[in-house]
Design a protein around this ligand. Structure first.
Ligand code: ATP
Ligand code: MG
Length: 278
């Protein structure tokens, strides 16, 4: 198979006109790949994505062709998917206020051009989920936030509005299912593409602990760092070492942090799907 793209986390191969997306055990924080892998992470994220794609299929078609028809060496962490013409936007939606948009909110009261009520804290629930798209940057660049109007100017209003509406629908459905199982999906990022018939199709991974913030609903309290099942844990550890995303070399993750991160990914998978991880 021909390796056509190596992302931060996934390797993408072309095969018989399709793509094979192979999820590695790599972990990236602030768009930097760390030198230490998290065992099982690729398989966990692949299984969770597949589980979600099924549960969202009545809202939006997805790119999955088969999870079985993949080279045996990648079994469990690879999916055969339709090769799509990717829509050049990272479709981010937020049900809660945290992370990269907090500074903008504090400075301007808006995120991506959308005005929010005053007095929100880190972790506050938003009155309505808010669509906060970013550009899809080239390798090595950072995605930049944009207003919905800017996305619409780039993609055309028809495509931009369909992406936004589907993103909000997927988030609402996903957040409701997850909350029922004790997990708050604070925010997530979706990617879409157009298939050969021009059908807007959900691609990439969906509602995983890499593409989303998963919080423990029991421990959620605005104004603090939320207990989470995602890589916030790795981000916080990386920051605590004094490392900055612009530094040349990222630090090795110590064994206890690797194990705790793996445990969080497993817990999210088990809580959401009701299945045992093995
Ligand atoms: P980047 O693309 O900037 O490297 P990334 O590091 O997040 O982003 P990965 O998630 O590791 O990339 O790799 C997956 C890549 O495959 C992404 O570029 C994604 O847009 C692309 N992709 C996912 N599904 C499809 C599809 N069905 N057709 C074409 N490309 C896809
Ligand atoms: Mg990605």
């Amino acid at each position: 198979m021909e390796l056509i793209h190596q992302g931060k986390v996934r390797d993408v191969y072309a095969d018989r006109g399709d793509l094979i997306l192979v999820a590695s055990n790599r972990v990236s924080v602030y768009d930097v790949i760390l030198p230490t892998e998290i065992p099982g992470k690729g398989a966990l994220l692949t299984a969770l994505s597949l589980w979600w794609f099924e549960r969202l299929a009545d809202i939006v078609p997805n790119h999955v062709i088969s999870a079985d028809d993949v080279p045996t060496e990648f079994a469990g962490r690879a999916v055969r998917v339709k090769r799509l013409d990717m829509v050049k936007v990272e479709a981010v939606v937020r049900g809660y206020l945290t992370g990269s948009v907090l500074n903008d909110y504090r400075a301007t009261g808006t995120v991506n051009g959308v005005a929010l009520p005053a007095g929100l804290e880190d972790g506050s629930k938003l009155p309505e989920p808010v669509y906060t798209p970013t550009t899809k940057a080239d390798v090595g660049e950072h995605d930049a936030p944009e207003t919905y109007e800017q996305t619409a100017a780039r993609l055309g209003p028809d495509l931009a509005s369909r992406v936004r509406d589907l993103t909000l629908d997927v988030y609402r459905r996903g957040a409701e299912i997850a909350l029922d199982k004790g997990i708050i999906i604070a925010d997530t990022k979706l990617e879409f593409g157009l298939d050969e018939d021009g059908v807007l199709t959900l691609a990439d991974e969906v509602l995983t602990s890499d593409s989303s913030r998963f919080w423990d609903a029991k421990g959620w309290k605005p104004g603090q760092t939320q207990p989470s099942f995602d890589k916030q844990f790795v981000r916080d550890w990386a920051r605590s070492t004094g490392w900055k995303p612009d530094d040349a070399e990222a630090p090795e993750i110590p064994a206890d942090i690797v194990e705790a991160t793996r445990a969080r990914y497993i817990e999210a998978y088990e809580l959401l799907t009701g299945r045992r991880w093995q």
